[in-house]
Design a protein around this ligand. Structure first.
Ligand code: HEC
Length: 115
């Protein structure tokens, strides 16, 4: 085979591998990371006024606990967050969240957990 044919073959294989890699990367995140992304958007819209919602701003606001801090408490679980978000609290507005919105917010908060 001529040199240019080889170059084309190698390029084609490289492109196919890159495509496979991106597909796997996308699937690896699965539903929960898509959900966490949705949760981040909701948190930006609804929670950010009071809570520091990102690791970068953790501790920047005094007052309501920041989400990174909440995520890294030993007592925090998906269930405890769910319970908190579904019950009324005197110091926090009573947010009426749809079940999938609660799921997303819980996934987002838990995604801030450092192992
Ligand atoms: C108007 C201000 C305000 C907004 C908006 C707000 N929060 Fe809060 N939040 C608070 C305060 C104040 C506390 C502390 C409550 C307490 O300790 O009783 C709190 C506590 C929490 C806690 C529990 C922390 C713990 O100590 O266990 C969670 C979880 C939480 N908020 C999530 C959210 C989410 C999710 C949103 C957005 C959907 C949100 N908050 C929006 C003020 C707010």
């Amino acid at each position: 085979m001529s040199r240019t044919v080889w170059i084309r073959v190698v390029l084609a294989v490289a492109i196919a591998l890159a495509a496979l890699f991106f597909i796997r990367l996308h699937n690896a995140g699965g539903a929960s990371s898509d959900s966490a992304t949705a949760g981040y958007r909701l948190a930006t819209a609804w929670c950010k006024d009071c809570h520091s919602i990102e690791p970068a701003t953790a501790g920047a606001i005094t007052g309501p606990p920041d989400f990174t801090g909440i995520a890294n408490r030993h007592s925090t679980t998906a269930l405890s967050l769910r319970v908190f978000l579904q019950t009324s609290h005197p110091t926090m507005p009573n947010l009426i969240l749809k079940p999938d919105e609660t799921d997303s917010l819980v996934n987002y908060i838990l995604s801030l957990k450092r192992n």
